[in-house]
Write a protein that binds this ligand. Sequence first.
Ligand code: ATP
Length: 355
Amino acid sequence: MIQGHLQLQRGAFLLDTGAFAFEADGVTAIFGRSGCGKSSLLRAIAGLDADTRGRLTVRGEVWQDGRWARPVAERDIGFVFQDAALFPHLSVRGNLRYALRRAPQAPSDALEAVAERVGIAAWLDQAVTTLSGGQRQRVAIARALLMQPRLLCMDEPLAALDWRAKAELLPLIDELARETGVAVLFVTHAPVEVERLATRVLFMADGRIERIEPLQAALARPDSPLFAEEGPVTVLQGGLQPSGIDGLLRFDAEGVPFLLVASAVAAAPRASRLRVLARDVALAVEPPRGLSMLNQLPVTVQALHPAEAGRVTVACGLANGHKLLAQLTAHSVAMLGLQTGQAAWALVKSVALVD
Ligand SMILES: Nc1ncnc2c1ncn2[C@@H]1O[C@H](COP(=O)(O)OP(=O)(O)OP(=O)(O)O)[C@@H](O)[C@H]1O
């Protein structure tokens, strides 16, 4: 568990978390609007600001109480910031060696092994100034992992990268968190990053922790702050593999027919999450025929939530018990006569699905 109650004054801004507690496993996304205090919370937990007051216990160890604070160097934390913050005069290897000096217990081949795992082995002797933004973030991640942290603090690590680098790094961070067992605190204001990575979501507003809940619970609320930009979203857990059809991959989630998806990144078979925007899901109350939409899933209408601008969010139950959200106009809902308990077919465009 990570639990406590922290306060930190930064200029006119006060971080006052309220009492909090969450499991120290997987990826905890710290989500909220710009300026709500996400980075301040990360800094307070990491011990980067000596002014931090309150109490904090991490995996049973007291890191801070009313009188005493464990120095940041003794907290076993790895950091990755938006800007990789590498030493510009050193090669990739030089930057990684610097981190190794602070991890004397690391095995002798740790540097090469980590470099291989994060995909930077080919650039070890290159100057870091010659790397792309995505490559530099890989070096920053490798450097953090080499210190064998128990907590990995990532503050908007993808914010400065283009979509392709993001699409490559999101699954890497996901896999590394699973493989190493390190607890990741991941600050972001991008819902898509939360939906791809998070085990749970810590919502912040105005310097306070508003709530902490599992990702699926955060997505089950029709007014979830995660929906502010693109509307409601469903996240399905499953596996991606080649489909045999040009340009399309096959996504298998347990208990439902497979979906054909267009992915931005060519995928070897692997576990993945699929993000389906509710506005990209249509509903039919009879078996659809003669449609170009490739994915048709039998569902049961579970709830109808009025949404903004004359729209209705329809929560549909899939055969495996999971939810799929569709967003329709109130006019369409009336025309179809949609009611809870009704059987229907959810139609999802293959191009609407992104990895
Ligand atoms: N060193 C500082 N001195 C004074 N005020 C600061 C300092 N650092 C941050 N603040 C203020 O604290 C508030 C919270 O900042 P913080 O960086 O924690 O928010 P955030 O949610 O991470 O924002 P963003 O998503 O924009 O990075 C802001 O109003 C900011 O102006």
